[in-house]
Design a protein around this ligand. Structure first.
Ligand code: SF4
Ligand code: SF4
Length: 210
């Protein structure tokens, strides 16, 4: 799947997400937001100038969001995105209303809509997880030119082939080899392999100088 496929899942399947920003004291605050649109330029939200979330999105260069579909964990897909946000004014308000006609019920008159502006996450990295399949699938993606910062675990050359990690892995996603190999797409990131490896050959990306 391409990055735009994941952004379209956010728009069409998940749609309502929890958006995290910082307040003026630097404390995290979350808000429910609807993903109004997604295209090659990123992810788009609408909000009105009177709302606190408007002020926070204007003052924050970075935001983070999470959303999910499904009735329970084993029927769910989840998405997280961290990225840069900016206010792009009101030129696309009508286009976003047309893509989400329920907005016309909330703001029925054109006069009411003058207070609405569009915010765009224009660069970022995301992670998509599908727990409705076995084994679960986890994939990372970027957009807007962001370089992928990988997370999770991998095994390096110091592996002695003892097989302890393979037995301890709940996802059975570690394969024999020299060294053993983690299928990262199915990895839960539980850390069992990391904790049990007697050779310290399991490494955590981003924390072990990877
Ligand atoms: S526990 Fe460590 S040394 Fe043993 S197979 Fe797994 S990675 Fe290799
Ligand atoms: S982090 Fe957990 S799920 Fe991932 S390979 Fe290690 S033991 Fe398996």
């Amino acid at each position: 799947m391409e990055y735009l496929d994941y952004l379209k899942i956010l728009q069409n399947d998940i749609h309502s997400v929890v958006l995290a920003t910082n307040d003026k004291n630097g404390h995290p605050v979350t808000a429910y937001m609807d993903v109004m649109y997604a295209d090659e330029g990123g992810i788009y939200f609408l909000t009105s100038r009177g709302k606190e979330i408007y002020r926070r999105m204007n003052c924050n260069e970075y935001v983070s969001l999470s959303g999910m579909t499904g009735s329970d964990f084993f029927h769910s897909t989840m998405m997280t995105v961290q990225g840069k946000i900016r206010n792009i004014g009101n030129s696309r308000v009508k286009e976003l209303f047309d893509a989400n006609p329920y907005m016309y019920k909330i703001y029925p008159d054109e006069d009411n809509r003058g207070v609405i502006e569009v915010f765009q996450i224009y660069e970022g990295q995301g992670e998509y997880s599908d727990f409705s399949v076995q084994p679960p699938v986890r994939r990372q993606f970027t957009f807007g030119g962001r370089e992928l910062k990988r997370s999770g675990y991998y095994i390096e050359d110091g592996c002695t082939g003892c097989g302890i990690c393979e037995q301890k892995c709940p996802m059975r996603c570690i394969a024999k080899g020299t060294p053993y190999l983690i299928n990262e797409e199915n990895c839960l990131r539980c850390g069992n392999c990391y904790e049990v490896c007697p050779a310290k050959a399991v490494r955590k990306r981003g924390e072990d100088n990877e």
